[in-house]
Design a binder for this molecule. Structure first.
Ligand SMILES: [Zn+2]
Length: 514
């Protein structure tokens, strides 16, 4: 049996593991590489995967860096055209047909993946179209094909097969899996994989991406525990967990390490800072503009605002959710209300944001969105994209950054070179669509929202699976993935100090033989 990380090993994008067990070949996640050198070539290179020979794919959650390359596996011709000279393996990797098996995911992940992949395909198509117009005008280069098309994405979505949390399922001969709440985004799951080959049995745990404990709206991650194997119901004594008696004695654990080197700022202080900004805006009759990722972050923001209003701690302003994708993601939180945390459910919130927040307005068309440009009324506008590089947020910023009674609240990570990053860095003037715009609005950067567990919560997730230092017992191997070098190294040091386990820090392609 062999498990090989093919992405997010030494970086944070392109999550992908190949599991080989007897004659079975299973892939866990197939995410897009983003922002790395050679990312385009890496996305096209399926030579290590051999899609047509896969028995099944398992998907932990719907983020693009975990599901974004699935359509490439499925593409009809199965040919991964790698530009010469750019590919890590070189040349053109011709593959005998695409993947035709099942892609297993939780029901909520299936719906979220539909949003994300169709959006991604649309972006790939429009990027290719724009590039081809340039090439046509220059007349010196042949047209390029999009990474994948809407049709490729639709064919991929047809393969998605639902598997509920905590239900064990054979996905290929000798490979059984179960999903367990990861508390990261709606539908996200960690995976317990039981492998058997002849008389040999091995268990591997994949964390997927883990959410921070105590994040409102979503449930906390499930604590997987070794104790259940011995005592049956012991795990249920911890009120925090919804342990399912997995009886876990893992041989190998792959744990994400995105924030392995630090804890986030406490969420409460970030939330109260948001409340103060909104309160001040209401008194000053200002417009508040919040660039936000459409999936996850936008729903968290709506929930916080609804709670301020319900508690009477902030005067009510109209709230506009200005992103078709965010509107659809919000509806999914209603459809899967059973996945929301106890706080949300006991507050009588069944996931229906429109009921919880009567001031909420959904703007579906671009024309509706542009009507806000002429309005000087106080309001809150939540629009994507999160880093201000495209989408409707761009015209909101263009029409408002130069005004004094405007508050811009930046609530997410801003990549280098993005408009969002220039605002974080305090630019007094920015260029939007070739036009210079003065920045007179107040810019607020709130760093405490995160969908990723910090160091303490990563250690908390691992703790029940590892013996305390000096206690003996069988010790699993632990591999840290999905983290930059510093984050992985610091987390590895913490795990060694607490549990006496020396972690492995694999690079892309390093196989684990069990
Ligand atoms: Zn994620």
């Amino acid at each position: 049996m062999k498990i090989t990380p093919l992405g997010a090993a030494g970086g944070v994008t392109g999550s992908c593991y190949l599991i080989e067990c007897g004659s079975s070949r299973v892939l866990l996640d197939c995410g897009m590489f983003q922002g790395e050198p050679h990312a385009d070539a890496m996305n096209l290179d399926c030579s290590g995967i051999r899609p047509a020979e896969l028995d099944a794919v398992v998907l932990t959650h719907a983020h693009l860096d975990h599901c974004g390359r699935l359509p490439i596996l499925v593409k009809l011709d199965g040919v991964c055209a790698v530009p010469a000279g750019e590919a890590p393996t070189g040349g053109r990797a011709a593959l005998a047909g695409g993947f035709k098996g099942r892609i297993w995911a939780t029901p909520a992940t299936i719906d979220m993946t539909q949003l994300i992949l169709l959006d991604s395909a649309h972006i790939q198509e429009s990027d290719a179209e724009r590039e081809n117009f340039k090439r046509l005008r220059r007349g010196d280069e042949p047209p390029i094909a999009p990474l994948y098309t809407t049709q490729d994405a639709e064919e991929t979505l047809a393969l998605l097969t639902p598997l509920d949390l905590a239900v064990e399922q054979e996905v290929a001969p000798g490979v059984r899996i179960s999903f367990h709440e990861a508390g990261h985004i709606l539908g996200s799951a960690a995976v317990v994989m039981k492998l058997s080959e002849g008389s040999e049995r091995r268990t591997v745990v994949f964390s997927g991406d883990l959410g921070p404990r105590g994040m409102p709206l979503l449930r906390d991650y499930e604590l997987l525990t070794t104790a259940t194997a011995v005592t049956g119901a012991a795990a249920m004594t911890d009120a925090r967990q919804t342990a399912t008696g997995t009886g876990l004695l893992p041989d190998l654990i792959f744990c994400e390490s995105t924030y392995g080197d630090r804890d986030h700022r406490p969420l409460e202080s970030t939330v109260s800072e948001l409340r103060e900004i909104l309160e001040r805006a209401a008194w000053n009759k200002s417009k508040v503009i919040i660039p936000s990722f459409a999936v996850g972050r936008a729903q968290q923001l709506l929930y916080h605002i609804a709670r301020f209003y319900a508690a009477g701690t902030c005067p009510r302003l109209p709230v506009y959710l200005d992103s078709p994708m965010a509107i659809r993601a919000t509806a999914l939180h209603t459809r899967y209300a059973e996945l929301l945390d106890r706080g949300a459910r006991t507050a009588g919130f069944a996931g229906d944001f429109a009921k919880l927040l009567p001031e909420l307005r959904f703007l579906t068309t671009g024309a509706e969105s542009r009507t806000l440009n002429d309005s000087w009324e106080p309001m809150i506008v939540i629009a994507s994209s999160g880093m201000c590089e495209g989408g409707r947020i761009v015209h909101h910023l263009k029409h408002n950054l130069w005004k004094r009674n405007v508050e811009v609240v930046l609530v997410g990570y801003m990549g280098h070179g993005t408009l969002g990053r220039r605002l974080v860095d305090g630019a007094s003037q920015v260029v939007i669509g070739r036009e210079k715009i003065a920045v007179r609005a107040r810019i607020h950067t709130l760093g405490g929202f995160s969908a990723h567990a910090g160091q303490t919560d990563l250690l908390g997730w691992l703790a029940p699976l590892l013996p305390a230092r000096g206690k003996g017992g069988r010790t699993p191997r632990v591999a840290l993935t999905h983290g930059e070098t510093h984050a992985r190294t610091v987390l590895a040091e913490q795990i060694r100090a607490r549990h006496g386990v020396v972690c492995e820090l694999p690079s892309r392609g390093d196989g684990f033989t069990l």
